[in-house]
Design a binder for this molecule. Structure first.
Ligand SMILES: C[S@@+](CC[C@H](N)C(=O)[O-])C[C@H]1O[C@@H](n2cnc3c(N)ncnc32)[C@H](O)[C@@H]1O
Length: 401
């Protein structure tokens, strides 16, 4: 559990207050500490646009994030995590909820399962921080199904001697099993069985705060534990995250847009589970420029700062060597007749270092040849993954020629 000290979790003040509250509950057996917490400390909770509550993260590099989008915490869970899934509710379903936080993503999945009268649902929630899970017991439930998640969280917190009273009075339905793992997700995942999940929710803080939860090696574990038709959902559209998923063997596609300008990312071993390709320029930048270098965490135990630094170093070494410089988004001008002379000079200087004489040279068109057949709809032989891998290969060939 020592890793929690280095991980980005909730704001220090609420973290301490929640710990104190459960300590008092344990020492006195008095339920009031928990029951009165929200009314006494409402100011520590962030009300989002759909009426559900979030919490702030602790400050890292002068930056604070909320655990959920201000557009609507529980709405985000439905829109970004549950709606893109193509679950067959006639079969047993298993979901891995990574960075479970207050448990909203799991609760949205439970609500959807109940609404569809599903056969059986197993959810494995993984969260590093007890006080964060405890916040899921303290804020008002955003939806009825959250009471089921709360019961599972409370049980685990009692088992781990953090909470002591059974105050949640909801029963977990017989066809729903919820396991709560309180640990670093990078450790927990190594003990999970191969080929066992229909969906993985990946909901860490942003990549600069928690790059360790977006690494290639972590995604290799996803590939091992997910079923052939399983889907990974994450809110980010980041290039290194998408590149890491591809390198781990996934197909990738655009996820729903909610609360941000760009759509999130969906990944699956089976391309037929993904409806939409990535935008064309995203494919080009991931394939050809140094932004497409993934985060690496070889021992699944590196610190955020080490992971960020080693990626910066790798990007620096790759630029003008194995990858086109990402400066001024150079690769997206391949095949484009440019009017802006100043920008053109910069772009062509970067391209020349990779043996591509100009944006409209034969070499330029050759490298992006796979994009000629770009289609928003993914198919078995023509999809974001196949086009990206083709461009990587062609750039390699041209740069060595
Ligand atoms: C954006 S919040 C997740 C919100 C959550 N999905 C929900 O429905 O409320 C990110 C969470 O990741 C947790 N976290 C940070 N590092 C972690 C790690 N290494 N393993 C597991 N959880 C981690 C934080 O404590 C925080 O609760």
């Amino acid at each position: 559990m020592s890793y929690e000290k280095n991980a980005t979790v909730i704001d220090d003040t609420i973290y301490d207050l929640v710990n104190e509250t459960f300590e008092k509950e344990k020492n006195t057996g008095n339920p009031d500490f928990r029951n009165n917490f929200f009314n006494k400390n409402t100011g520590f909770f962030v009300l989002t646009d759909d009426g559900s509550y979030s919490v702030n993260s602790k400050e890292i590099n002068n930056k604070i994030e909320t655990l959920h989008t201000s557009t609507g915490a529980i709405s985000e869970s439905f829109e970004k995590f549950v709606k893109p899934l193509k679950l067959d509710y006639d079969n047993d379903i298993a979901i891995l909820d990574i960075c479970a936080g207050l448990g909203y993503n799991s609760s949205a999945a439970i609500a959807n399962f109940i609404e569809n009268d599903g056969k059986s649902l197993k959810i494995d929630m993984v969260e590093i921080s007890k006080p964060t899970l405890a916040c899921g017991l303290l804020a008002p439930s955003p939806i009825e199904a959250h009471d089921i998640t709360r019961k599972a969280i409370e049980k685990q917190l009692i088992k781990e001697d953090y909470a002591s009273l059974e105050l949640e009075d909801c029963d977990i339905p017989e066809n729903i099993e919820i396991n709560v793992f309180i640990d670093d997700a990078r450790q927990t995942i190594q003990d999970l069985e191969d080929d066992s999940y229909d969906a993985i929710f990946l909901d860490p803080f942003s990549q600069n705060m928690a790059p360790e939860l977006f690494s290639l090696e972590f995604f290799n574990e996803f590939k091992r534990v997910i079923k052939e038709n399983g889907i990974v959902c994450t809110y980010t559209s980041s290039a290194p995250v998408r590149a890491g998923l591809i390198e781990a063997g996934f197909h990738i596609g655009k996820g729903p847009v909610f609360g941000r300008k760009q759509g999130g990312t969906l990944a699956s071993p089976n391309v037929e589970m993904l409806d939409y390709s990535l935008p064309k320029n995203d494919e080009i930048r991931i394939a050809l420029s140094d932004v497409g270098i993934p985060f690496r965490d070889p021992g699944l135990n590196g610190e955020s700062s080490e992971i960020l630094e080693s990626r910066s170093e790798e990007r620096k070494n790759a630029r003008h060597n194995t990858k086109i410089s990402s400066a001024v988004k150079t690769p997206i001008f391949l095949g484009v007749d440019m009017d802006d002379e100043k920008l053109k000079r910069r772009v062509e200087r970067n391209l020349a270092k990779m043996n591509i004489p100009s944006t409209t040279s034969e070499e330029a068109f050759y490298v992006i040849e796979s994009e000629k057949s770009y289609n928003e709809k993914q198919s078995k032989n023509n999809n974001s993954r196949s086009r990206i891998l083709d461009m990587v290969e062609k750039l390699d060939e041209i740069s060595k020629s």
